[in-house]
Design a protein around this ligand. Structure first.
Ligand code: FES
Ligand code: FES
Length: 155
């Protein structure tokens, strides 16, 4: 085991992890942040995305130890069920989650996108969402949510 210190959702945690333990598993299993999804485990589906220093970052392969000294935000840091963040609320309003498995990663990607560019055009939106697979076919409703946020300049 290896001791790591992680900055997650504005709190600091000291964890004992396996040397090759992916960040997503450390967040889920050691911190209970199960909004972080573990899908393909191959950096191919986007489900595991978290914000690292503001960038949407896949967390299913790279070990947790790689992220010491970085600022990590998970979907839990973007709002709560009682008080959803703007991106979460827009996804809810658009009915953009069916099974919801992909939704955390999408919320993270949308947050990163809008923090960098509050008014992205369609091409930029689609490029940001492209790495995120949705087996339920919710993408049209996700796009509707992001277009609304982009038109309002909400991030
Ligand atoms: S679980 Fe990380 S990209 Fe699929
Ligand atoms: S809502 Fe089910 S995978 Fe996207």
């Amino acid at each position: 085991m290896k001791s790591v210190i992680l900055d997650v959702n504005d709190a600091t945690y000291s964890l004992d992890v396996h040397p090759d333990e992916p960040l997503a598993l450390a967040l889920r299993n050691r911190l209970g942040l199960t909004g972080v999804r573990m899908g393909c485990s191959l950096e191919q589906c986007g489900a595991c995305a978290v914000l690292v220093d503001g960038e949407s970052t896949l967390a299913c392969v790279r070990p947790a130890a790689d992220f010491e000294g970085r600022r990590i935000e998970t979907v839990e840091g973007l709002g709560t069920p009682e008080s959803p963040g703007a991106v979460q609320q827009a996804l809810l309003d658009a009915g953009a989650a069916q099974c919801g498995f992909c939704t955390s990663g999408l919320a993270v990607a949308i947050t990163a996108l809008l923090r960098g560019d509050p008014h992205p055009d369609e091409e930029v939106i689609r490029a940001a969402l492209a790495p995120h697979l949705c087996r339920c076919g919710a993408h049209p409703r996700v796009l509707r949510a992001v277009r609304r946020l982009a038109s309002e300049g909400v991030s």
